[in-house]
Design a binder for this molecule. Sequence first.
Ligand SMILES: [Zn+2]
Length: 236
Amino acid sequence: MSKYDHIRNIAHKANLQLPEQGLVLFTFGNVSAADRNLRVFAIKPSGVPYEELTPDDMVIVDFDGITVEGKLRPSSDTLTHAVLYKQWDRIEGIVHTHSTYATAWAQTLRDIPIYGTTHADHLAYDIPCAPPMEDSMIRGNYEQETGFQIIDCLNQKGLRYEEVEMMLVGNHGPFTWGRSPEKAVYNSAVLEELAKMAYLSEQIRPGLDRMKKTLIQKHYERKHGPGSYYGQGGMR
Ligand SMILES: [Zn+2]
């Protein structure tokens, strides 16, 4: 027994969702689950295949990236998670994958344009793609700098992390987050689907325009606005 068992269990379950949703191959990808009161998160260990993972394998790390409890080495992306938890005080879950379509967009360094209502149901903006990092950042503390790159990119575009819960890191891949690990995994699956739809739309009609503002606002606000009326008041 440990006071961290609850987040170990949540992180374990959320990690298993990645292969189930077709978002990862082999040991790629990771999910973390935070307890903001204890200021720690549980994260997948480095290099362990999903089918062998147990809740006990999850490593407990603090918001400075220091391992607090666990037998295994935490995911190599742990410091990226730590930076985001430290900076953004309203998230409790983070996901990183190399899912195919989202990663393909990241490799082109393009934001994913908002072409349809499926996209607008989740966010009212293009999905941002952060530029590749400066050489000094790459040669320095790479994983930590990846976290700062994500934060800087959102700030530069004037976007709020509570509203835009997904982005691409140029030449690398997608990162998503949310108020719970389940929501962060959901966002990761949605991002992959939006990336796929946008890619196909551009194949069918090269040079197409973004959809118009009124339609974007209608779809975003009926789910997220003050007078939202979509669904039964479920996952937020
Ligand atoms: Zn990666």
